[in-house]
Write a protein that binds this ligand. Structure first.
Ligand code: SF4
Length: 89
């Protein structure tokens, strides 16, 4: 059995520029967060992303990294010059 709805599809800001929601640059991610603020499904989107533990991207106005909400996503950067004492390699 299928469920049908007569509701119109929701136009969400992330559908217009999806790359921004998964960008590497922090300023793009911050812009995506702001645009989420205007989204009619923001709360549901955020709760669903938390439940799925989204590995990355902006969901519901928050930046996710490895299933956790973070304020700022840090770039990959260089590996440390000095490894902690006792680490391999
Ligand atoms: S709240 Fe969710 S659905 Fe709405 S723009 Fe942001 S990521 Fe897209």
């Amino acid at each position: 059995m299928t469920t049908r709805t007569t509701e119109a599809p929701v136009e969400t800001p992330c559908l217009k520029q999806p790359d921004r929601w998964f960008a590497e640059r922090n300023d793009d991610l911050q812009a995506a967060k702001q645009e989420c603020g205007m989204c009619p499904v923001r709360t549901a989107c955020l709760l669903a992303a938390l439940e799925r533990a989204e590995p990355w991207g902006v969901w519901g106005g928050e930046i996710f990294v490895d299933g956790t909400v973070v304020e700022v996503k840090h770039g990959r950067g260089r590996p440390p010059k000095h490894r902690p004492h006792g680490s391999c390699a």
